[in-house]
Design a protein around this ligand. Structure first.
Ligand SMILES: NC(=O)c1ccc[n+]([C@@H]2O[C@H](COP(=O)([O-])OP(=O)(O)OC[C@H]3O[C@@H](n4cnc5c(N)ncnc54)[C@H](O)[C@@H]3O)[C@@H](O)[C@H]2O)c1
Length: 312
């Protein structure tokens, strides 16, 4: 059966990979993206794809695209995060934008509403690993506004899911440590590592989960999307260094996390694994080699971070 899927943020990393997959599966897709961090060349034209440039904060635009597509599904991935001090932009995109998309989805009567959420919404926690029923105590503008958006999704009355994502990486990923390390190492520049731990899953594993969560009638609610095993950012650096085949050079500087960062963010994905019979399968070594090969072929360009630190 073919669906009509609205993918907001569809020119971004997760969005573009998902759009490509949905089109390959025979579905029709409409994208709304303002290219704040997404790329104009992320999506190739396709008979079953329409792309609208603009912000989800523009209710008229969201309503027009939704009225034209009549979506059966919404995947809401559009989100602002690139400037920790741009609170108004975060609120406009992540709270008002989400409210607009939820209202439009209600009118369309969608069968599934999937919200791509950040695990940063949990904030600093004492409980590790963090279960999906842990209270949300966000401490940054990005995380606060994303949790605000999630609250509207949760009271929508729609069959909704909030996928609380650990670090997803893979082709088209221009945010976070991996593209930043690749770019600096390629340019012969020294890297600065933050002394934090994170859980990384490869985009193919994320997409296999999306196949399952989009099926009408599948479980709903908040779910952690992670492998359940973390590593240090230094280990990630070393894997990228090795994948680039570089000889040992000057060691990177290792700094303590800033006030807006979390030292550890380890999620408990057991509920997700049981509910969707899903397990991440791509080992970090394999995924990093694939990513480096992809960057070698396509380049990196501008990179982004939600943190207050020197940008890659
Ligand atoms: N990749 C991850 O590891 C990760 C982790 C946690 C949460 N997420 C969430 O997943 C979603 C997608 O993230 P991503 O990693 O693909 O990042 P991304 O930056 O590549 O994608 C976000 C997309 O949203 C677009 N966008 C931003 N503001 C918009 C607006 N107001 N209107 C329309 N489009 C807008 C951007 O241009 C971009 O194309 C986000 O909601 C993010 O919070 C991702």
């Amino acid at each position: 059966m073919s669906w009509r899927v609205l993918v907001t943020g569809g020119a971004g990393f997760l969005g573009a990979n998902l759009v490509e997959r949905l089109l390959g599966q025979g579905h029709a897709v409409a994208v709304i993206d303002n290219y704040a961090t997404g790329r104009r060349d992320a999506l190739q034209s396709h008979a079953r794809l329409t792309v609208a440039e603009g912000s989800v904060a523009d209710a008229a635009l969201v309503d027009r695209v939704t009225a034209e597509l009549k979506p059966t599904h919404v995947v809401h991935g559009a989100a602002a995060y690139k400037d920790p001090d741009a609170w108004a932009e975060d609120v406009a995109s992540n709270v008002l934008g989400t409210a607009n998309v939820v209202k439009a989805a209600q009118r369309a009567g969608v069968q599934r509403f999937v919200y791509l959420q950040t695990a940063l919404g949990y904030g600093p926690t004492k409980q590790v690993p963090i279960p999906a029923d842990h209270p949300l105590r966000p401490t940054t503008s990005y995380a606060i506004s994303k949790v605000g958006g999630e609250r509207y999704v949760a009271m929508s009355g729609l069959p909704w899911l909030s996928l609380r994502l650990a670090n997803v990486y893979g082709p088209r990923n221009y945010t976070g440590p991996m593209p930043a390390f690749y770019k600096r190492l390629k340019a012969g520049q020294k890297c600065t590592i933050v002394r934090t731990r994170r859980d990384f899953i490869e985009v193919e594993d994320f997409l296999r989960l999306m196949d399952k969560v989009l099926v009408p009638g599948a479980p709903t609610g908040p779910f952690n999307v992670a492998s359940g095993k973390d590593c240090t950012i230094l280990e990630v650096y070393e894997k990228i260094h090795a994948a680039l085949g570089l000889s040992a050079g000057e060691p990177p500087a290792v700094n303590d996390p800033g006030a807006d960062d979390l030292a550890s963010l380890l999620l408990d994905p057991s509920l997700t694994m049981t509910a969707f019979d899903w397990r991440p399968t791509v080992p970090l070594d394999v995924g990093v080699k694939k990513l480096v090969a992809w960057f070698d072929a396509h380049g990196v360009g501008e990179t982004f971070t939600h943190l207050r630190m020197p940008k890659g």
